[in-house]
Design a protein around this ligand. Structure first.
Ligand code: SF4
Length: 290
């Protein structure tokens, strides 16, 4: 497969065929994100996408496809349906197609639009939430308010599409750490998603967050501060049935739990690490990555 520039996908899409439907990120403003800073945004032509799909046929029957890059749900409804139809045409065996989205992309689609995408096997949307702290959402240029995030999540769920959200440990800095963790637990409860992925901030050169870090305006919590945030988010949130993971390579402590079922066990595990402050239980710094 030929890919243009760096390609990112959620950890749970590791076995999926990745198709670049867009290049870069249409929003491209989040202060912590360096993924697409040097990649001008564009929507790839249907001809190029079909060439990629044709080329991928040698891989045999494909069950899962992920549409990259950053917020590919920004593609117009007509074009997106065309892309999904092409995926289904080349890979009738496909069971699930996934995509990244931000709240703005979702709110540009009606429930009927999302249901039409679901019919074409778009079965999971990965939405960046990062925090439930309203002031922090504005500060990091997430492009959505608390209520807009909730409305976007509700629309996805009402369309019977799985909702997977990411939250970002450490994004409030040391000063905003507790508020960030508590407000994030609150938005997670209100969203009640099917999946949560907790990532940890890595300060990337070239981003506005890096400038704040260099100027001393942003102070990153230490590893145990990040794990304390994770604990608060798990302890103070409430879900119907949610797979909560912090197994992304950016995290110091990988956690995988089905909540609420595993809550007591997982909190016990986290407390053991926080109480002993045992460095050997953490992922080594050199293995951390985005
Ligand atoms: S975090 Fe997501 S929406 Fe924000 S700039 Fe990065 S890719 Fe775009």
């Amino acid at each position: 497969m030929r890919y243009e520039g760096a390609v990112y996908r959620p950890p749970s899409e590791a076995g999926s065929l990745i198709i670049q439907a867009t290049l870069g990120c249409h929003h491209n403003k989040c202060t912590f994100c360096g993924s697409y800073r040097d990649k001008p945004f564009s929507i790839r032509s249907i001809d190029k996408i079909r060439e990629d799909l044709a080329e991928a046929r040698y891989m045999g029957p494909i069950q899962r496809v992920f549409l990259a890059d950053g917020d590919a749900l920004c593609i117009s409804q007509k074009r997106l349906i065309e892309i999904l139809e092409s995926v289904n045409e080349f890979f009738p065996s496909v069971d699930r197609i996934g995509i990244y989205a931000n709240a703005g992309n979702i709110l540009h689609k009606s429930i009927e639009d999302l249901e039409a995408l679901r019919t074409q096997k778009l079965k999971i949307i990965y939405m960046g939430v990062e925090t439930g702290d309203e002031a922090l959402l504005e500060k990091i240029f997430k492009g959505a308010t608390y209520n807009q995030l909730i409305e976007a999540g509700r629309r996805v769920k009402d369309s019977s599409i799985l909702l997977s959200v990411t939250v970002l440990l450490g994004i409030g800095g040391i000063d905003g750490s507790e508020t960030h963790a508590r407000e994030t637990a609150k938005i997670l409860t209100d969203l009640d998603p099917d999946y949560v992925g907790a990532l940890s901030v890595i300060v990337v050169p070239g981003t506005p967050l890096y400038e704040d870090f260099k100027q001393g305006r942003f102070r990153l919590p230490d590893p145990f501060g990040l794990i304390q945030e994770l604990r608060t988010m798990i302890a103070e949130s409430s879900f119907t049935n949610c797979v909560f993971r912090s197994n992304h390579a950016s995290n110091y402590l990988p956690v995988k739990a089905t909540l609420p079922r595993d809550k007591p066990r997982i909190l016990e595990d986290i407390d053991r690490v926080l109480n002993t402050r045992d460095q050997t239980s953490l992922r080594p710094e050199f293995l951390r990555a985005l």
